[in-house]
Design a protein around this ligand. Structure first.
Ligand SMILES: *Cc1c(COP(=O)(O)O)cnc(C)c1O
Length: 382
């Protein structure tokens, strides 16, 4: 079956008692036993398992082509739970260009707890090889990367990880399974912030892990999920399942608009460079064509000048919303350096754009008037 059909079918298990086409939301935290003290189904208590969460977890596994899916209360809760399955003394490799919170978790929570880690440019394979130690247990990829949209070679990195018995994890939040299937090219685990494209409407916080195999490590993560309880509410699970039904049409429409916006920005005299996998001059062109079946709806633009010009530009926008996060139906733009604060490694002239479902002409008109404004000599002194 094609991905669109899979996404719809995976989230539709008509209710067997009522026939309801849209699955109900099971809010009960506890499940009754019969006279013989047996549970009629496998449910006992919602922290450990819940039918609405289980439906989402099955859908997640189908989307990414994995054996097991697990849902969490946020993307960070998913990352946290996976890292908790490692042991003090284990070593993790994480990209220099990664979602800000991932290395922050390693540094602020897991480093004091005994996990060691190295930040490395994962798009440089010889640097990756040189950073792998005997105790490396996990390589954390995120491609396209945040916020520079560099591409990491998932097949090659997985091979390097497996050579030392380590796992290769891919944060697939930006690409989504619509355009990138990491488990099919060697990765062992996929992570998602379902807050973003999977739910798709900026109204639910959630995370996911999908495992290629059901093995001891996978069961250890399952155990921690149930014990520590960083799980989503049934209503949030239902919302993510609903979002998944339209994932593929949203991502394809948003990507087409992103392509048009990237090409427009690329030719504008106020722009220094556009980072977008769909542009012919992207340095990882060949890898993109091999690894991805689309180019996504995230892009970054660096304006000529510094932080002042970048902030002036976004200050003039009327349609794009100045806000953090991504993957919703409304276009968002953010100055990452100010969002990340003093430890940020994001260039000060960089703005990250999450392209939504507005008409592309309206978005381009808005971007054009704001860029024209900052290079108009009459406004220079302002
Ligand atoms: C948002 C995001 C996260 C963190 O997810 P939360 O749901 O905010 O906890 C992790 N990775 C990427 C790429 C993200 O965009």
């Amino acid at each position: 079956m094609h991905f669109d059909t899979l996404a719809l079918r995976a989230t539709h298990q008509p209710d067997t008692t009522t026939g309801a086409v849209v699955p109900p939301i099971h809010l009960s935290t506890t499940y009754a036993r019969n006279e013989a003290n047996e549970l009629p189904a496998n449910y006992i208590y919602t922290r450990t398992n819940n039918p609405t969460r289980e439906a989402l977890e099955k859908a997640l596994a189908v989307l990414e082509g994995g054996a097991i899916g697990m849902a969490f209360g946020s993307g960070q809760a998913a990352t946290m739970t996976l890292l908790q399955a490692l042991r003090p003394g284990d070593h993790v490799l994480v990209s220099t260009d990664a979602y800000f919170g991932t290395p922050a978790l390693l540094e602020q929570v897991f480093h004091p707890w005994g996990l060691t880690y190295t930040r490395v440019d994962l798009s440089d394979l010889s640097a990756v090889q040189a950073s792998i130690h005997e105790n490396t247990r996990l390589i954390w990829c995120e491609t396209p990367s945040n916020p520079r949209l560099t591409i990491q070679d998932l097949a090659a990195i997985s091979e390097m990880a497996h050579a030392v018995g380590a796992l290769c994890v891919c944060d697939n939040t930006w690409a989504t399974p619509v355009i990138q299937r990491p488990l099919s090219i060697g990765c062992d685990v996929v992570m998602h912030s379902t807050t973003k494209y999977l739910s798709g409407h900026s109204d639910v916080l959630g995370g996911a892990l999908i495992f290629k195999e059901d093995n001891d490590f996978t069961q250890r993560v399952r155990q921690i999920q149930g014990l520590s309880g960083a799980v989503p509410s049934p209503f949030d699970c239902w919302l993510v399942s609903r979002g998944i039904k339209t994932l593929s049409v949203r991502v394809r429409a948003q990507s087409a608009t992103a392509q048009r916006i990237a090409e427009f920005l690329d030719g504008h005299p106020a722009v220094e460079i556009v980072h977008y996998p769909g542009l012919s001059h992207h340095p990882d062109r060949a890898l993109i064509d091999r690894q991805m079946s689309g180019t996504g709806a995230m892009l970054s633009v660096r304006v000529k000048g510094g932080a002042a010009e970048a902030l002036q530009f976004i200050g003039k926008l009327k349609l794009l919303i100045r806000a953090t996060s991504l993957g919703g139906v409304e276009s968002l733009i953010e100055h990452r350096a100010s969002a990340e604060g003093p430890n940020s490694t994001s260039p000060v002239n960089l703005l990250r754009i999450s392209v939504g479902l507005e008409h592309p002409d309206d978005l381009i008109d808005d971007l054009r008037q704001a860029l024209d404004w900052i290079i108009n000599p009459a406004n220079k002194a302002a």
